[in-house]
Design a binder for this molecule. Structure first.
Ligand code: FES
Length: 128
């Protein structure tokens, strides 16, 4: 497995969103309840930067809310989370945000694998 060092742990404080760039691609790092998540910096829907998105709780997992069209994206899976009129939560089965595995390390944040080698090309690949 290829590991890509994308930041120091100290650069991403609790609740912070940090953009990093590597191999010509921008990533968003988010720390929620001590866990660092890594995703493409741009929304899979129409490419809006997620840096200005709010962090919310979907009921079981943290989500980032895209500032453009308010899609709620689960940070651990990349699924689009919807809330039905009765309050029930459901996840999209089709398109989703590209999420990267974060390798645990006390000093650095390592992303597992380079995007082009590990992840299939999707509509999200259009947005860098
Ligand atoms: S661009 Fe993100 S929800 Fe539309």
């Amino acid at each position: 497995m290829t590991l890509l060092r994308v930041a120091r742990q100290a650069e991403v404080g609790e609740g912070q969103k940090v953009i990093k760039e590597a191999h010509g691609r921008k990533f968003l790092l988010v720390r929620v309840h001590g866990t660092v998540y890594c995703t493409d910096a741009h929304c899979f829907h129409m490419g809006t930067s997620l840096a200005g998105g709010d962090i919310e709780d979907s009921g079981s997992h943290a989500c980032i809310v895209c500032p453009a069209h308010r899609y709620r994206i689960e940070l651990c899976s990349g699924k689009k989370i919807d809330r039905k009129l009765d309050g029930a939560v459901c996840a999209s089965a089709d398109q989703k945000q590209r999420i990267y595995e974060v390798h645990p390390d006390p000093e650095f944040i390592w992303q597992a694998g380079q995007w082009s080698a590990v992840h299939p090309v999707t509509t999200a690949s259009l947005y860098r």
